[in-house]
Design a protein around this ligand. Structure first.
Ligand SMILES: Nc1ncnc2c1ncn2[C@@H]1O[C@H](COP(=O)(O)OP(=O)(O)O)[C@@H](O)[C@H]1O
Ligand SMILES: [Mg+2]
Length: 307
């Protein structure tokens, strides 16, 4: 890789954590540490973990914090080169060829061919856009586990060399090293080749204190006691055998719901009547209601905050 002279973005791990807090993202030491390292080592970060734990938001928040433009490639089954990297604007190419046909004494086919495989006829997709950017960018390759394993190969050149090879044009090398985030919900194993190029960050559900802080930060008007209860009850639900555990997204939705309903303290009845905000399967809701209704658990979960 050529030295592009990209300046480090962060002074220290603490600076990452504080900066993220300023844009309302609450990172633990592990998250802040990897972001700091990725910047210094100029390596992409592969963020893996359950849905709704702040993986996508991390990339967005880092972009906001550094004042960089966020370029996002949303992955899906069937994503191909023409949507991820670039494609030739064949309609425009065709028009160009037709325009030449009419005239005698016009340019030779060789000239036309060189012309139609030039920049003017190139449609830039997110990966190429990030490589060609002149301004600071954060590249987010979101939910990479959704593409077929063969499609991952499209990413390898960018991830290791920050460049894209276009057969007709040559190699486009990044003018500056973007911060790159890949996220995965872990629905399948990613290839060794991809993992090798990245720093790995596992993001799990936050601990109770951090989840409470996230609720306090993201839900204006929520009281400390209510945020505490939300964090505690959600955590107790995550200990059940559920099809889909409630994530941070659901904690936030639930806190907003409780606030709207004017709830100050959550009791078993309120929790039961709003369980559909936290859980999305009927069987999970049934398990939660059972849990809420046992005396022993009621005391544990609905007791007023510790001390
Ligand atoms: N550490 C955190 N700090 C602030 N908000 C968070 C944090 N983790 C999750 N969230 C919030 O939770 C929601 C889900 O996050 P998201 O990044 O979409 O999840 P994922 O991409 O992991 O599925 C978003 O509203 C996000 O702002
Ligand atoms: Mg996401």
């Amino acid at each position: 890789m050529t030295d592009t002279g990209t300046e480090p973005r962060f002074e220290s791990v603490g600076a990452v954590r504080d900066g993220l807090r300023d844009v309302q993202y609450l990172a633990d030491e592990g998250i802040a540490g990897i972001v700091y390292l990725a910047d210094r080592l100029q390596k992409p970060i592969l963020v893996e973990g359950p849905a709704g734990t702040g993986k996508t938001q991390l990339a967005k928040s880092v972009a906001e914090l550094t004042g960089a433009r966020l370029i996002r490639l949303q992955c899906y089954e069937g994503l191909d080169e023409s949507k991820a990297l670039f494609e030739w604007n064949y309609k425009k190419q065709l028009l160009r060829i037709q325009a030449e046909r009419g005239e005698s004494g016009g340019p030779s086919w060789d000239e036309v061919e060189t012309d139609i495989f030039s920049d003017d006829f190139l449609l830039t997709r997110p990966l190429l856009e990030a490589i060609r950017a002149e301004d600071p960018v954060v590249l987010l390759i979101d939910e990479v586990d959704r593409v077929e394993v063969e499609t991952e190969a499209l990413l390898l050149e960018i991830l290791s060399d920050y460049q894209v090879s276009i057969p007709e044009l040559g190699t486009v090398v990044a003018k500056q090293i973007p911060l790159v985030f890949l996220t995965s919900n872990n629905t399948r194993e990613l290839s060794e080749a991809l993992k090798r190029r990245c720093l790995y960050l596992h993001v799990d559900y936050p601990d109770m204190d951090r989840e409470k802080e996230i609720v306090l930060t993201k839900v204006p008007g929520v009281s400390d006691a209510l945020a505490d209860q939300v964090a505690r009850i959600v955590r107790s639900l995550r200990q059940l055998e559920l099809k889909k555990s409630p994530s941070v997204s659901e904690s936030l939705d639930w806190a907003r719901t409780l606030l709207l309903l004017g709830v100050e303290t959550v009791d078993a009845e309120t929790a039961s009547s709003t369980a559909n905000i936290l859980l999305k399967y009927q069987s999970d809701i049934a398990k939660a209601l059972k849990e809420f209704s046992t005396d022993q658990n009621a005391a544990k979960v609905f007791a007023p905050g510790p001390k």
